[in-house]
Design a protein around this ligand. Structure first.
Ligand SMILES: [Fe+2]
Length: 241
């Protein structure tokens, strides 16, 4: 299984605190059956400029890579660089979306506001989806289920060329089965992520969600999620170790 949403790179956002923690998180993921992780540190245009941020992302990766032992290399997932891009009202017009997309692909993770979405928010994502080469990935859709975001906007994205990602923590909540199962079975949830931030709290937990899905969902729905993710990363550029 692929983990599409991680904060494993250290010291670039509120994720991993140091190289050792990053390696621990990678090894935890692999031990849970995760063979590929997309590294998605937060990009917030209010705080970050694109060029220094990309340089920092590369540096953090290289620091992890340089610390890996030969044994580590056999016990960690493949890695591909990406970003979790905070929603901005003009992001559909940025000329550097390609540099924030999952490396080698046209998929870009756009983190929607945590305030109730508006018609104009939705139109920005629609514009990226329909009028640019990029396909938005809406992360942790589960976080918006129980807020004041109008359900019609969530349902709108289910019917758009937009990829919807769900977090493992929601699937791991036993009382949530009734909510996520129909979305998984109908194919509305396309991909999964742990959104892990640390080896201690918000740790990699996608393996547990995979086991849960195998229990409660059909084999067909489960394998559709796995194969959809692999198709998304067909042209991805993985990081050399
Ligand atoms: Fe995240």
């Amino acid at each position: 299984m692929i983990d599409f949403h991680t904060h494993i790179l250290h010291h670039i956002d509120d994720g991993s605190h140091n190289v050792e923690e990053s390696v621990t998180m990678l090894r935890m993921s692999f031990a849970q059956g995760i063979d590929t992780v997309v590294l998605t540190p937060h990009f917030r245009r209010g705080e970050n400029s694109i060029k220094p941020w990309l340089e920092e992302r590369q540096l953090r990766f290289e620091q992890i890579r340089d610390s890996l032992t030969e044994e580590d290399k056999k016990l960690i997932p493949r890695m591909v660089l990406g970003a979790e891009v905070e929603f901005m009202p003009d992001m559909n017009r940025w000329n550097y979306l390609d540099r924030l997309a999952i490396n080698g692909t046209n998929y870009i993770m756009t983190e929607m506001p945590f305030t109730p979405w508006t018609e104009s928010n939705v139109k920005v994502i629609d514009d990226i989806a329909l009028n640019t080469p990029f396909t938005p990935v809406i992360p942790h859709i589960d976080r918006y289920f129980h807020t004041f975001t109008p359900v019609k906007y969530i349902e709108h994205f289910f019917n758009m060329p937009v990829i919807i990602q769900m977090n493992a923590i929601y699937i791991n909540g036993v009382h949530n089965t009734q909510f996520y199962k129909p979305l998984i079975e109908s194919g509305k949830i396309k991909i999964l992520g742990s959104d892990c931030h640390s080896a201690e709290w918000r740790q990699p937990d996608l393996g547990q969600a995979v086991e849960r899905l195998k229990e409660v969902c059909s084999d067909e729905a489960f394998s559709r999620i796995d194969s959809f993710g692999r198709e998304m990363l067909r042209d991805a550029v993985y990081q050399d170790l």
